[in-house]
Design a protein around this ligand. Sequence first.
Ligand SMILES: *[C@@H]1O[C@H](CO)[C@@H](O)[C@H](O)[C@H]1NC(C)=O
Ligand SMILES: *[C@@H]1O[C@H](CO)[C@@H](O)[C@H](O)[C@H]1NC(C)=O
Length: 503
Amino acid sequence: MMMRMIDQHNLVLCVALSSLCIAFAPWISIEAAPPSSLITQLPGFKTSFPSKHYSGYITVDGNVESGKNLFYYFVSSERNPAKDPVVLWLNGGPGCSSFDGFVYEHGPFNFEASRTEGNLPTLHINPYSWSKVSSIIYLDSPAGVGLSYSKNSSKYNTGDLQTASDTHAFLLKWFEEFPEFLENPFYISGESYAGIYVPTLAYEVVKGIKGGIKPVINFKGYMIGNGVTDNTFDGNAFIPFVHGMGLISDSIYEEVKAYCKGNDDESDMCSKSYLKVDRAIEDLNVYNILEPCYHNSNTGSTGNVSLPTSFKELGKSEKPHPHPVRKRMFGRAWPLKGTVKEGPVTLWPQLAEDGHIPCVSDEVATSWLNNQEVRQAIHAKPKSVAGPWELCTRRIYYNHDAGSMIPYHKKLTIMGYRALIFSGDHDMCVPFTGTEAWTRSLGYKIIDEWRPWTSNDQVAGYLQAYNNHLIFLTVKGAGHTVPEYKPREALDFYSRWLEGKSI
Ligand SMILES: *[C@@H]1O[C@H](CO)[C@@H](O)[C@H](O)[C@H]1NC(C)=O
Ligand SMILES: *[C@@H]1O[C@H](CO)[C@@H](O)[C@H](O)[C@H]1NC(C)=O
């Protein structure tokens, strides 16, 4: 990066988840999973499941009455579940449900919104589901998020370290219930604030393996998309990004660079020049600068806003039933004045209450996951027990207490665990500039210098590979939630990386 210390205190930073084959599948014979967790039908889905799906609760830190009941949805691989890797997926927030990944990003279905209000969406097979090449555990974490709950609400008071320890406990119990998957290679993945969840959890898992904790998890590596990592790197990434993307002029760039000394510069001169940056970017969609977002601080989240037509056309992708663009400025991330700092993290609904955030809608996921028949089908507790499903919750109290993730990445990669760090290159929320800079700062030898990678015979982005199995990769034109914008490309790099091939 050209710039070392740049103020960004007005920065909106967000951090803010074939039926015939089944009969001959090789894994039938080794199945040991609890039958009670098997999903046999799903409202809105009319054909046969392409692989086995399981879901339910695993309780940690106490019993069902006193502990944390963590909800998972497990999609076994549609290819060879006996051999394919098992991947844990975590959305960020903190406070956001991993059903975001399931419904909107790389889950087994595409959800087609109903044209009739109040009706459930229709589910179709997603040809770019990550379950084409791996088994995936979608986990709602920490307790209080998504369908996970505790009857003791003081368990909703948590932080990075507690969450990592709880999720590790979850994994040990999960593998006890699904012992047939213990031998498969295991990976941890996630995006946005999961940039914190993933390394901290990976570290717990590794400590467990080294400490002889049973069952032994066959942990191989981790994958993070547009992940929060380090206050300084993430903070300083913003101005170079908006400048490089042509969102601010050279002279504004030079002014900010001259007047702002560091992340926390609150001087008048810095604030003044920073206002120019704010004015330039305030109406952009922070999750993908190519997409419009309607801002209207007067209408609030339920207001009758007149969306530009182009807005409704967005989100068109190779998915056969594209969602209209999700009308929100948050979701898996929250707009925050400044970077993620140590201490309590502001959850996005709290900011929304202050009138900061206008565009809200996650109708498809919200209507589906709050439907009682759906909840019954997926073995989730009703609203009276687990509460309403929300994309991101405000019922947890979350403390960012693990500090920078850079020491974690160093330890894990030096120990030989593989790491794929990827960025949708049009995300302004956790811009690629910071991720590129921190991966480079580890100082590892470059073994594959910056080059395009391709998907469908087109350049899909760029990558640089380092020693110690570290890869930094961009996805061209993608926003914060890469598989949502570029499903085919995402499945391509995902499957190549998991198979240990060159991307
Ligand atoms: C609720 O959880 C807290 C924190 O774990 C604990 O101190 C307290 O005793 C629990 N309360 C009940 C009623 O179980
Ligand atoms: C929203 O706009 C429609 C069409 O103009 C109108 O019928 C409806 O009453 C409005 N709703 C609210 C809440 O203002």
